[in-house]
Design a protein around this ligand. Structure first.
Ligand code: ATP
Ligand code: MG
Length: 568
């Protein structure tokens, strides 16, 4: 490709809404273009090249693992979503619309329903299973806060795969195969990543793993153990049971006047008791289908913080919303003095599992300025769940060593689904004994367009992108320093043809621009290597530049083609 003919609108202007390196450089480097600034992007020729590279690697590895590519309709009938029960549950991220005949449709944010429907119509017998079908296609999610460019768009490219099996064991075999396949994909892309335990929604269990690209800018907090392999999204992380060295308070049950003592800190000071022995009570409105909701008090130890995803799963809600102090007062709850006993009618209580055997704790009395002391839940009928967010320093559930937080970008998610979709949508097969069974499923996603952002988050410097070998739009860029110099120009052309003939993808910067300007573009666009043809050509030398670190060395022009084929 000749730069003079290539549509690459690089710019010095940083977009107003951009804070992340990947967002800034992908726009400034002429890879993508924002459409109306709301999570919609056009891919320009350079961006499309990278997208295709990533796409190809994903496809190659999946095909190698025996998966079959299909392409499903992006517009999907709402009836399928109604059957699966997700039409309501999916909330506002799901874009719903009607056609001219008033039929309801949605733009696919994920395609479980569609794929199950495809398989249902084509597979009847156990002899046709297992199957792993995938597509690499557009998705639309009306994200509440689209941001960070390709990282969280509203329209984005996803690889979504679905597998169908006769048994749970066979599905788990495929799940393990997909984990290995994903590892190959991300390793080929040159990414440092970690596979972590992930939230599996209300279904629960350990049947879900996320692939996290390690980067400070990641939106996900992950808990990792350096002493062993354990890693988990904070939404799903567990820990070795916590204990407290401070002495437990001993008290008979009593109602205690605690004027204006509203926080855990104040309460801890007031009673001189470690927060571990206090109860933190958080009120939330749990939102369900068809606009239903209820008020839930989540109670946990004062030394812990509520993990909202765990809390949401505990009550099987679609979402949790905050409740204002005024609203609490109307229900009969006093902010700062809430507790899980003597709750007003209609308020649901969920307790953290670690409170189950707590002998004597202190909690709000659900009355302004009062707390209860000497409370125990042992004899109470209550709902217990793990509600607490694992903290840095908490001990690893596997090996007992302290864990730490780090940040990750979720680029893949694999999930053991079971019959969550095959049952409601009626995807069944006849087993060996002629009995009808629901298919057992797994589902596997990769954020293909998000990967472009993830690669740059991990591989950039203060000048621009540094693409990894297999993601780079070109293998090599040839920069002719002064295009008015006929010798330099001719040398550039000669090398361009020679390297292309070697099978290299080459970008020849033949533009009539100043050298400094062209170098700036090179740094911004981030092709891994460059050959600069400048004044030293008179001595028979060209400069070989490595984008990472911008090191350069002089090399004889007669040998450069060989050196390139050795090193790239
Ligand atoms: P997130 O927690 O980041 O919103 P998710 O759990 O909603 O992700 P999945 O439904 O598992 O994501 O989708 C599969 C993959 O698609 C994700 O692992 C991620 O890489 C990618 N993805 C999800 N949402 C977006 C988005 N808005 N923009 C770009 N990629 C996305
Ligand atoms: Mg999401």
């Amino acid at each position: 490709m000749r730069f003079s003919k290539f549509l690459v609108p690089t710019t010095k202007e940083t977009p107003n809404d951009a804070t992340l390196a990947s967002h800034i450089y992908l726009i400034r480097g002429g890879f993508i273009q924002s459409v109306g600034g709301s999570g919609l992007y056009n891919f320009l020729p350079l961006g499309k090249k990278v997208l295709d590279k990533v796409h190809r690697i994903v496809k190659e590895e999946l095909d190698n693992a025996g998966c079959q590519e299909v392409s499903l309709s992006f517009v999907t009938p709402a009836t399928l979503w109604q059957q699966s029960g997700r039409f309501e549950k999916y909330g506002k991220e799901l874009l719903r619309f009607k056609d001219r005949k008033e039929n309801d449709f949605v733009l696919g944010p994920t395609h479980e329903e569609m794929m199950v429907n495809l398989v249902k119509q084509t597979v009847q017998s156990y002899k046709q299973l297992p199957l792993n079908l995938y597509q690499i296609n557009l998705k639309f999610r009306d994200e509440i806060r689209p941001r960070f460019g390709l990282m969280r768009g509203r329209e984005f490219l996803m690889k979504d795969g679905y597998s169908f099996h006769v048994s749970t064991e066979d599905m788990q075999r495929e799940f393990a195969l997909m984990e290995e396949t994903y590892k190959k994909i991300f390793a080929r892309l040159g990414l440092a990543f970690k596979v972590v335990e992930a939230d599996s929604g209300a279904i629960g269990g350990s049947g879900s793993k996320e692939f996290m690209v390690l980067a400070e800018s990641g939106e996900d907090t992950i808990v990792v153990c350096d002493a062993c392999e354990y890693g988990a999204n904070i939404e799903a992380a567990t820990r070795k049971e916590k204990t407290c060295e401070a002495e437990a308070p001993e008290a008979e049950f009593a109602r205690f006047y605690t004027p204006d003592v509203k926080t855990i800190e104040a309460l801890s000071g007031y009673f001189r008791v470690d927060p571990y022995y206090l109860v933190k009570t958080v009120a939330k409105r749990a939102l369900y289908d068809e606009g239903r909701s209820e008020v839930v008090l989540f109670a946990l130890r004062g030394s812990d913080e509520l993990q909202e995803v765990k809390a949401c799963n505990a009550v099987d809600a679609n979402d949790l919303a905050d409740i204002s102090e005024e609203e609490l007062a109307q229900i009969g709850l006093a902010a700062g003095f809430m507790g899980p006993v003597n709750v007003p009618k209609g308020v649901r209580v969920v307790l953290d599992s670690t409170l189950k055997d707590a002998p004597s704790v202190i909690c709000g009395a659900n009355e302004k300025d009062y707390h209860l002391i000497g409370v125990s839940f042992a004899e109470k009928q209550a709902e217990y769940f793990d509600l607490a967010a694992v903290q840095e320093g908490d001990l690893c559930p596997c090996c007992g060593k302290p864990m730490r937080y780090t940040k990750g970008i979720e680029v893949g998610h694999i999930f053991q689904l079971g019959t969550r979709y095959s049952e409601p949508l009626g995807a069944t097969f006849l087993d060996e004994n002629g009995k009808i069974q629901p298919m057992i499923m797994g589902t596997y996603g990769i954020g293909v367009s998000r990967l472009l952002a993830a690669i740059i988050e991990q591989h950039h410097d203060e000048k621009g992108c540094i693409w990894t070998k297999e993601s780079a739009p070109f293998d090599l860029q040839i920069i002719v320093s002064n295009t008015k110099d006929e010798e330099q120009r001719a040398a550039g052309e000669m090398l361009y043809e020679k390297l292309k003939a070697q099978g290299k993808e080459v970008l020849l910067d033949d533009r009539k621009e100043r050298f400094g300007f062209k170098m700036k573009d090179y740094e911004l666009m981030g092709v891994p290597y460059a050959i600069v043809i400048g004044k030293k050509l008179q001595e028979g030398l060209v400069e070989f530049v490595c984008r990472e670190g911008m090191q350069s060395e002089d090399i004889l022009i007669d040998t450069i083609a060989d050196i390139v084929s050795q090193r790239i």
